[in-house]
Design a protein around this ligand. Sequence first.
Ligand SMILES: [Zn+2]
Ligand SMILES: [Zn+2]
Ligand SMILES: [Zn+2]
Length: 253
Amino acid sequence: MQVRLLGTGTSQGVPIIGCHCPVCSSADARDKRLRTSALVSVDDLNILIDTGPDLRQQLLRAGVTRLDAVLYTHEHKDHTAGLDDVRPINFLMKQTLNLYGLPRVMRALHREFEYAFATHKYPGVPTIALNPVQPKPFFIQDIEIQPIKVRHLALPILGYRIRNFAYITDASFIADTELQKLTGLEVLVINSLRKEEHYSHFNLEQTLNVIRQVRPARAYLTHVSHEMGTYEAVAPTLPDNVFLGIDNEVITV
Ligand SMILES: [Zn+2]
Ligand SMILES: [Zn+2]
Ligand SMILES: [Zn+2]
């Protein structure tokens, strides 16, 4: 299995428009973060997690020409706004793209991309199908997907486990019962916003606490803000098995 981190930045991305802080001004490519998303290639399937506003640029940069499914973590715009950019994939594959997520998230996509579901569609709109899922295991072809229920402030949202890989973003709380579903991981990708606490996202210390509890072989931090610091400054301070995610890096699981 391979996991490509298509984007590792928080909702505004890094750099932020108009910000002149050392991170946003950094010349280091590792400090450039598009909005959080990942592509999981497992057996012959390409499973995309979220469709943020940078999706077009991310698919071009990674040379992606095939998508078999999209898993949604939640409905916030930094995770959904790029959905229209799956159209070229529809045209190449000549088939409907299946989207999976909580019923509430599927309803939000239906509302916000209503033209894609119209009875008489304008030619060229995305060809997509909504598949509401409950927080219990389901299959995409023969790949088992295990949703992990986490909280994003008060909002219940999903992370996903596929074999010995798990992806969690935008979490600020994970119950013990869900942490138990994360044991025995080879790779955990998990959100970490910045060093200071935040009301709706784990900060670095909270993320490291989760990592210490579930003990993955390796962990990669995503949904990173400019307030985290530069890659060069932060990376050496992390435990040996914890890495600051880098945009477009490919992780072999
Ligand atoms: Zn987000
Ligand atoms: Zn900045
Ligand atoms: Zn969010």
